[in-house]
Design a protein around this ligand. Sequence first.
Ligand code: F6R
Length: 239
Amino acid sequence: MKFIKCKDYDEMSIRAAEVLEAVVKEKPDCVLGLATGSTPVGMYSRLIEDCKAGKIDFSKCTSVNLDEYVGLGEKDDQSYRYFMNTNLFDHINIDKAKTFVPNGLESNADKACSDYEAILEKTGPQDIQVLGLGENGHIAFNEPETYFPKLTHRVDLTESTIEANARFFENQDKVPRHAYSMGIGSIFRAKKILLLASGAKKAKALKEALNGPIDPKLPASILQLHPDVVVVCDEAAMQ
Ligand code: F6R
């Protein structure tokens, strides 16, 4: 596990973009595993800037996202597909037909999950998988549990995640209660993992995940077993 400790959020975003861009430069047709949430937004801005400046080319890349809310589709401005389009895909030269997010509008959970696993199988392993960290230690929407879910599955979001995500919605009641999420096995196919953490709210989960026992009650702790993890975090998250 490699640590890149940064002064603040802006530096974290720049350093994280460097790690991701290095993968794209080495393998222009790579598979990017992407995440939503507040943490990677600064990194995505940097990728947009660099792409517009001609420093990086995403035209041959494929992307797969970690998760999507059940019931929300592309046109819904709270969906993760909408988030990815507006925060990244609309502004870089990636072929949108090669960007994948679980289908939140598929109400048959088994079908939604097996369809997404089939897509992951077809794209092949992520060359790099970006992860944010939940305050409760979740990665993607793998919430604290008694086991590590293996493949894409339907998740009941915990109250703490619903509360944390309520900031993006009109009110807490509007936050969807379920999501489709890659499992730990789907994430672990990635050749490299880029874990981002910013702010004091993440400090406890980050410390326990990286130093404590491997325990599904703190899903990110499983990352200790992955052979190539780069943690890019700011000082506040490292306390
Ligand atoms: C997002 C995701 C989540 C977030 C996590 C942190 O696709 O899978 O695990 O990475 O909830 O969210 P932020 O970055 O908003 O603190």
